[in-house]
Design a protein around this ligand. Structure first.
Ligand code: UT7
Length: 330
């Protein structure tokens, strides 16, 4: 059976840089609080009206160019996002339409911050069984229009940013590629990080009452999320390593989902990793949910931090709760 290799990656973030000081002009917060609690200094926001499919399209164009491929060479799209352009259909078909490749399947993944690794797991299975040979895997988010930019929303508004990262995946018979993926979920914690509406548990699905009650805003029990994230991510990394007969010392690069610099530092400490083994770019982009891992991966590649034969490990944690890991021989 072949393995799944990364043929090319690409990412896109909108040009508008939003500083902590700019946020402090909108709500009761400060650069000091945001930096100390999360590590974030800036994030990117789109211009109003920009769609999630559009930022994914930009990232895809970069990846296709690097791969020396045309959109028509793709035979499947897997699109992970927490912030779809519409209730339905999912974003995969909008991206497919922009790419001008009707007919190929478009799968939408709804696992929030873990979406990219969940999507990778599905794409890997399809590629190994030969069902598809050129899969576009997308993590893309437009968080900014949904943020509550008043003091009431400050616990989440300062954290999230917009952006997209993609990978083009295909089979290889060489001794490299995805070694394993491990996926987890625990719905007991669903309401600890969620957006209540709009949704069919409300009658009607959306109403001025729902909006007046703020149910269309992200709600998060930050400390609970922090506690679970900083234990589940290292556990899932250890599971990935054990499954492949490896140890933390074998890791060339760990890319944790960029939720909070303090969480990434705790994951690093628990695994006993050096600074050069862990990728952090949350300082620049904030938490871009499903996009954070592919954006960080593309930056790490551009910085020359991954060479053929290196061991790359991905891990994520987010709403659901869902969490996941992947081990990849580069
Ligand atoms: O990607 C999905 C996963 N998401 C995460 O992993 C996020 C996980 N959680 C976190 O990153 C952290 O819990 C936060 C960064 C969200 C918050 O940090 P914290 O150290 O847990 O702070 P806290 O929520 O306990 O709040 C401490 C204080 C509170 O005030 P009082 O009650 O002590 O007076 C908050 O009201 O900080 C206040 N606060 C703020 N102050 C200034 C909350 N947000 C802000 C803010 N600026 N933006």
């Amino acid at each position: 059976m072949p393995r799944t290799e990364f043929i090319a990656t690409g990412f896109y973030v909108p040009p508008r840089v939003v500083t902590n000081d700019e946020l402090a002009g909108m709500m009761d917060t400060s650069d000091e609080w945001i930096t100390q609690r999360s590590g974030i200094k800036t994030r990117r926001w789109v211009e109003p009206g920009t769609t999630c499919a559009a930022v994914a399209f930009e990232a895809t164009t970069t990846a296709l160019t690097r791969a020396g491929m045309k959109a028509a060479d793709l035979d499947c799209i897997v699109f992970a996002t927490t912030t779809p352009d519409h209730f339905f259909p999912g974003n995969g078909v909008y991206l497919q339409r922009m790419l001008g490749i009707p007919g190929i399947p478009a799968l939408d993944v709804r696992d929030q911050c873990s979406g990219f690794i969940y999507g990778l797991s599905v794409a890997d299975a399809w590629i190994r069984t030969g069902q598809y040979r050129r899969i576009l895997l997308v993590g893309a988010e437009i968080q900014s229009p949904g943020l509550d930019l008043t003091t009431a929303g400050r616990d989440t508004a300062v954290l999230f940013g917009d952006g997209a990262g993609v990978a083009i995946l295909g089979p290889t018979d060489a001794d490299r590629g995805v070694l394993s993926t491990h996926l987890y979920a625990d719905g007991q914690h669903a309401e600890k990080l969620w957006m209540d509406g709009p949704g069919v548990s409300h009658v009607p699905w959306i109403s001025s009452e729902l909006i007046a009650a703020g149910k269309h805003r992200v709600r998060m029990e930050g400390r609970e999320v922090f506690k679970h994230a900083s234990t589940c991510m290292p556990q899932s990394v250890m599971t990935a390593l054990h499954a492949n007969g490896l140890t933390p010392a074998d890791i060339t690069l760990l890319i944790p989902h960029q939720a909070n610099l303090r969480i990434s530092e705790m994951v690093q400490k628990q695994l006993g990793l050096r600074d050069d083994q862990v990728v952090n770019n949350i300082q620049k982009y904030g938490n871009t949910t499903a996009a954070s891992i592919p954006i960080a991966l593309d930056e790490a590649i551009a910085d020359g931090r991954l060479k053929r034969g290196d061991l790359l490990v991905l891990t994520a944690f987010g709403s659901g709760f869902t969490w996941a890991s992947a081990a990849i021989r580069w």
